[in-house]
Design a protein around this ligand. Structure first.
Ligand code: NAP
Length: 308
């Protein structure tokens, strides 16, 4: 089978850290072009300053991976779909829910694949956690997602702007795991969002949620963490405690711990290839809905200004 010719759009941190190595390691795709306004591009790969130029004058492609900030993703995705291209959306899949629904409808209309990728769902511990929890009664969930924004997002101004999500940019990864491993839907009950006086997006958030059977779920999100970082989900059940740590990479069950390494992006691209070959899409908005609910229903408090 011929490899799927793909262009990576938005040559920032995640494109370089994960997308390029994952594409290098798969025969299902061939990196055919890159697009970014200020990047010099890769040696021997076509490079364009914007997607319009690539589509007008670049090599033929079958798919795009959109690794830009979410605020500009809709226009790029709509343009790509209108050219019949398959589209991989980095998380979060859009700046608003309406955009993502519109893209999903458009993909169906043109017969292209749309993949709203939630990379944390592909962390090694997540699939076995989902299987283990399917047969358990959930009693309580605790999520602690605390990291140092200066280490992980230096100089990323878009993340503090409306649509950039602030601390929910990493927090939505936890919600993507939560909504995947719990057998029942999750609802937001209350939230407090802490916004620095000089920023438009929260630096911390405290969320009270529950599942459809009423099990309480607490989420502690904070970008001001220095020292050890935490990306943990702890689920108390009638059969003991499940713990996902390191963002879902490590799974601890009453029987012991599994560490299966970093498999997220190779697994994401394997899934994208299967979707394309099977003429299917995969667009789950549940994590983005919960973030939108937190912005809808959350109480805002002003905290000290944040400077890089
Ligand atoms: P980033 O380092 O700021 O990179 C974003 C890139 O998008 C920049 O290189 C920028 O190009 C490019 N860009 C902006 N507007 C564009 C447009 N209209 N057309 C083409 N390229 C455009 O951000 P990032 O950390 O990689 O994050 C990007 C997305 O991936 C976010 O949604 C984020 O949530 C997600 N993500 C990030 C990580 C992570 O660890 N950083 C992990 C998983 C997912 P120029 O610099 O050339 O202007």
């Amino acid at each position: 089978m011929d490899p799927i010719r793909i262009a990576v759009v938005g040559m920032g941190k995640i494109a370089r850290d994960q997308h390029l190595p994952a594409l290098d390691g798969t025969e299902a795709f061939r990196l055919t072009a890159t697009v970014s306004p200020h990047d010099p591009g890769q040696e021997s790969i076509a490079h364009h300053r914007n997607l319009e130029d690539l589509l007008a004058t670049g090599p033929a492609i079958d798919a795009v991976a959109l690794c830009t900030p979410p605020q500009v993703r809709y226009d790029l995705a709509a343009l790509a779909l209108d050219h019949g291209l398959h589209v991989f959306l980095e998380k979060p899949p859009g700046a608003t829910l309406s955009e993502v629904v519109a893209l999903s409808d458009r993909a169906e209309a043109v017969g292209a694949t749309l993949f709203a990728a939630w990379h944390s769902r592909f962390a090694a511990g997540v699939a076995p956690a989902r299987v283990w929890l399917a047969a358990r009664r959930i009693e309580k969930v605790s999520i602690v997602w605390r990291e140092d924004v200066r280490v992980w997002h230096p100089g990323q101004d878009w993340i503090w702007e409306p649509g950039g999500l602030g601390v929910f940019d990493p927090g939505i990864n936890a919600l993507s795991i939560l909504t995947h491993i719990l057998p029942r839907p999750v609802f937001l009950k209350a939230a407090t969002l802490s916004l620095p006086e000089n920023r438009a997006a929260p630096i911390a958030a405290d969320l009270d949620l529950c599942d459809a059977a009423g099990a309480p779920i607490h989420m502690d999100l904070d970008w001001r963490q220095t020292g050890p970082q935490s990306w943990d989900i702890i689920v108390d059940t009638d059969a003991g405690t499940l713990r996902l740590s390191k963002g879902g990479a490590d799974l601890t069950l009453p029987a012991g711990t599994r560490h299966d390494g970093d498999v997220e992006y190779p697994s994401l691209y394997a899934h994208f290839a299967r979707l394309i070959r099977g003429r299917r899409s995969d667009v789950d908005t549940a994590p983005l809905r919960l973030v939108a609910d937190a912005f809808l229903r959350g109480r805002r408090e002003s905290v000290e200004p944040f400077h890089d």
